[in-house]
Ligand binder design. Structure first.
Ligand code: DX5
Ligand code: ZN
Length: 219
């Protein structure tokens, strides 16, 4: 993918003003909505589920990118498809039969993503890379927004990019956690295609301008 994308994370939005924040993203230069679903089991936090995603989907005019931090994600694939999710990302660590899960996501007409925790080596995706539309490299431990970026991420992106190129795959690389104007350019130079940004966008004084600032850095 040559065009680089920004996906603001709704986890950092103001849930009391959810429609306002969704419209802000609609009217900004952001590309996707990143939706973090946490079950309190796979990660030590619970975020939001289907009713909230339904509300977001009814106002959002851009790609819906759902990041499932849940155990046994297969149970909900059809539900997320019905909600209008475009990219459905499951965690490598939560899938016993990853290949089967990826096929099930695609059978519902969605793009299939795989997220890797910071301790999970990218080489574990060598045998499935051709079946994966998106790899989400976690640059923090999943579960919470507002954590600091793990520096080892750059070398993971480079290694993953090599695997993608070697296999002639069309997989795109997403980075999730601690993304700011300090690391965005270097991430893209290492091979990233989509940057998720939560607190950096929503805790800034002018989120629309912050999104534009990130886009400008990506060239
Ligand atoms: C963390 C989530 C992230 C989070 C990113 O578990 O997957 O998407 O919202 O938030 P920031 O950008 O604040 O690290
Ligand atoms: Zn996420």
């Amino acid at each position: 993918m040559s065009k680089k994308l920004i996906a603001p994370s709704i986890l950092a939005a103001d849930f009391g003003n959810l429609q306002r924040d969704v419209e802000m993203i609609n009217n900004s230069n952001a590309d996707w909505f990143h939706l973090d679903v946490m079950d309190g089991v796979f990660v030590p936090n619970i975020s939001f589920g289907m009713p909230i995603i339904k509300s977001i989907a009814s106002h959002a005019t851009k790609t819906l990118d759902a990041h499932l931090m849940i155990v046994d994600p297969d149970r909900y694939i059809k539900t997320f498809a019905k909600l209008g999710v475009n990219y459905l990302t499951v965690h490598y660590e939560a899938c016993t039969h990853l290949h089967r899960t990826l096929q099930a996501i695609k059978a519902e007409g969605m793009k299939a993503g795989v997220a890797l925790n910071p301790h999970t080596n990218v080489s574990l995706l060598e045998d499935t890379i051709k079946d994966i539309d998106l790899v989400c490299i976690m640059s923090v431990n999943p579960g919470f927004g507002g954590q600091s970026f793990i520096e080892n991420t750059y070398s993971k992106v480079e290694k993953l990019k090599e695997i993608i190129t070697k296999n002639n795959a069309s997989t795109i690389i997403q980075i999730d956690g601690g993304v700011t104007n300090k690391n965005a350019k270097q991430l893209v130079e290492a091979g990233a295609d989509v940057l998720v940004a939560g607190s950096y966008v929503f805790r800034s004084e002018n989120p629309t301008e912050t999104i534009q600032g990130l886009k400008n850095l990506l060239g």
